[in-house]
Write a protein that binds this ligand. Structure first.
Ligand code: HAM
Length: 424
């Protein structure tokens, strides 16, 4: 017998029992986006490799070892997008969307990173991303944080998430800090692990992000970037935190928050939870003004974030905030020679008059008893019964399946009214 072919490691199917949960979250996300006036942008899944190298940074984990890169048939190097910020900015520059304009955009879709798969870390995962352009902040920084808070509130998980904040200053400020960090860590080479020794040469800020417990004591003594910020960066951050205080948005200052992508400056943030183990960052982002020039645009401003939808759904599940979906409201049972055809006609009448009704019609024949069993299993609240008696009388019987109420036999019009009432 032929061997079954399995999905690629780290890439998952979303099975029919789970899709209603995804659809629920997707609906709420879309509602929140539109209630802040954000517009959707749809972007290709594949981009030129150069785009990610130039934006995310040559010496980041993503570009160094996680990209799905391949040669196009006509020679160019292409990459499955590992994130959406670069592609979104590329599209906006290409179509002139940043010319004297402000943009508030969102996108939703799969991203690809060849990471070591574990719970909450996949090779194909879905991100909801938000990117805004043309606003120097910190007002827009606050708006996007408020938007995330609104989303957590709508989903009932605000209490399980902590907002961590930091400022990475400007490129120039970071260069001075980088030098200080190199000097500091170089004085303790025996305490650095292999990864950190490598990063000391390539990307010393990332040493601060090390998860190695043996490194934590040393990291806690390292100089702090906040102390190297210039007046303007300091003022930006002070204004941001003051306004968050005023608005009652709680946050924790995390001077070690550096992010794994190179394009950030000034405000950076992460929403983290302790309910998901090691992969507890549900949503992360920050300001990336200088990336616009790096990708060929005029000086401008940008801030955004992305959230991992798998992690968000796991958090909802862990906190019991996923509503049980009602997939079928009514199940139409038809027994007898003429019942099936009459059943089709009646089902179409109901679907026309009650467009929100989720009506499943029994297919495959069988006795009343076996059809009732299927009706029950479908989760429907009502069985609509069409037998020979009902057909002769031009009526239909309605039997509640989840309560002790009596079965009623009514005209087709009365059935429409009744279903309208009970389903509201
Ligand atoms: P990121 O921190 O690389 O940022 O990813 C954002 C979120 O995507 C993470 O916090 C996590 O929830 C989810 N995520 C990342 N990698 C995986 C994975 N392998 N499996 C499951 N979930 C994952 C960015 O991607 C930036 N583009 C965010 C941004 C937008 N910054 C500004 N604008």
């Amino acid at each position: 017998m032929a061997r079954n072919i399995q999905a690629i490691r780290g890439m998952h199917d979303v099975l029919p029992d789970s899709t209603p949960h995804w659809q629920y979250v997707e609906r709420i996300v879309k509602e929140v986006m539109s209630c802040y006036g954000y517009k959707e942008i749809r972007l290709p899944i594949v981009e030129k490799t150069e785009l990610f190298k130039r934006s995310i940074g040559e010496v980041t984990d993503i570009v160094e070892k996680e990209m799905y890169t391949f040669d196009d048939r006509n020679g160019g190097s292409l990459t499955l997008r590992p994130e959406g910020t670069a592609g979104c900015l590329r599209a906006c520059l290409e179509h002139g969307l940043l010319h004297n304009q402000i943009q508030r955009l969102w996108y939703y879709g799969p991203m690809f990173r060849h990471e070591r798969p574990q719970k909450g870390r996949y090779r194909q995962f879905i991100q909801l991303g938000v990117e805004t352009y043309g606003m120097p902040g910190p007002d827009i920084d606050i708006e996007i944080l408020l938007l995330t808070v609104r989303l957590w509130r709508r989903l009932g998980i605000l209490d399980h998430l902590e907002l961590q904040l930091n400022s990475l200053g400007t490129t120039e400020e970071r260069l001075v800090y980088r030098q200080q960090l190199i000097e500091f860590f170089s004085s303790y080479p025996e305490q650095l692990d292999e990864d950190s020794l490598r990063r000391l040469k390539t990307n010393p800020l990332r040493i601060l992000d090390s998860k190695n417990p043996k490194m934590q004591a040393l990291i806690s003594q390292a100089p702090i970037l906040m102390d190297f910020l210039g007046e303007q960066s300091q003022a930006h951050f002070a204004q941001l935190t003051q306004q968050l205080d005023h608005l009652g948005i709680r946050y924790t200052l995390n001077p070690r928050l550096v992010r794994g992508l190179d394009y950030y400056s000034k405000t950076v943030f992460e929403w983290v939870t302790d309910k998901l183990g090691a992969q507890g960052t549900v949503c992360a982002g920050g300001r990336y003004d200088s990336l616009i020039e790096q990708l060929g645009g005029k000086p401008n401003h940008a801030i955004g974030f992305a959230m991992g939808m798998e992690r968000l759904l796991s958090l909802l599940e862990e906190s019991s905030q996923l509503p049980e979906p009602q997939l079928v409201d009514a199940y139409l049972i038809c027994v007898g020679e003429n019942a099936e055809l009459a059943g089709f006609e009646l089902a179409e009448k109901f679907r026309k008059e009650l467009p929100d009704l989720k009506l499943q019609m029994h297919c495959g024949g069988g006795s009343f008893k076996s059809q009732f069993k299927k009706a029950d299993k479908s989760g429907a609240k009502y069985a609509l019964v069409l037998g020979e008696d009902e057909i002769i009388a031009h009526k239909i019987s309605i039997k509640p399946l989840r309560s002790d109420h009596e079965q009623q036999t009514v005209s087709h019009e009365e059935a429409v009214d009744l279903l309208k009432k009970v389903l509201n």
